[in-house]
Design a protein. Structure first.
Length: 253
């Protein structure tokens, strides 16, 4: 954080919840470089991102064998978020069915409601990260949930990585529900059914002019969290992303 020069971070809460990281020491380390935690994220038990097929089977709230563990983790992460004084946590809901008649859908909706209740009880909003379903499916799920406490963490690169639609068109459709965005870029796969590639921001297939045009047109003012999960020079790549955001918005990332 100090090397990159940004002053806000979205923090993985699970290591704080489990005690692998000290919350006090983490906050002090960030404060030492002038940075603060502005949002959190949580993972789900035994998620396997090695292939699209594996994450579809193991991701989000879908696996029955891990649901009780994930719900307990959500309550624990909500407590960590309250301790940190942040009001937003994001997660992947996990390949929600598009068809309302899908037998899995009522169960998954019920589980998402329980997650919402866990965070809402301590004054924390919940954002589902885009990518594992298309915009139409996510909109329908949000409408069915009917909770003002639940929204979207929009990641344009994930729309490409998961082949779930055009990022800019999807962003415009979801904009009324967006609570945070990820600044991340990607290229499409050349082999259907496999991952695309995450690449430095500005070198992939996200139309950043179109992306920031949607933000301007809709008046969307939310946190822009730079995410870089690949590459050999992540700090350097994040600096490149920050420069692009500064250029497009005239504001500091």
């Amino acid at each position: 954080m100090g090397e990159i020069g940004v002053n806000a971070v979205q923090l993985h809460l699970d290591p704080l919840r489990t005690g692998d990281w000290s919350t006090k020491a983490t906050v002090e380390a960030l404060e030492a470089v002038g940075a603060k935690v502005v949002s959190g994220m949580m993972g789900m038990e035994a998620e396997d991102y090695s292939t699209l097929e594996s994450i579809q089977a193991t991701g989000g709230v879908r696996p029955d064998e891990h649901w009780e563990t994930n719900l307990r983790a959500a309550h624990g992460n909500a407590a960590v978020a309250r301790e940190l004084g942040i009001d937003l946590v994001s997660l992947h809901a996990g390949f929600l069915p598009h068809d309302p008649s899908d037998p899995e859908r009522p169960k998954l909706i019920k589980r998402l409601r329980e997650l919402d209740e866990a965070f809402k009880a301590v004054g924390v909003r919940l954002a589902f990260e885009t990518g594992q379903e298309d915009a139409a499916t996510l909109l329908a799920v949000l409408e069915e949930l009917g909770s003002e406490n639940v929204g979207v963490n929009f990641d344009p690169a994930n729309m490409i990585l998961y082949a779930m639609g055009d990022p800019v068109e999807s962003f415009e459709r979801l904009a009324p529900h967006v609570m945070q965005v990820h600044i991340k870029d990607a290229t499409k796969t050349l082999t259907p059914g496999t991952w695309g590639a995450e690449v430095p921001v500005g070198t992939g297939e996200v139309d950043w002019d179109g992306f920031f045009s949607v933000m301007q047109k809709t008046g969307l003012s939310v946190g822009m969290m730079i995410e870089r999960e690949a590459g050999d020079d992540r700090a350097g790549d994040i600096k490149i992303a920050r420069a692009l955001v500064d250029e497009k918005t005239g504001a500091q990332a």
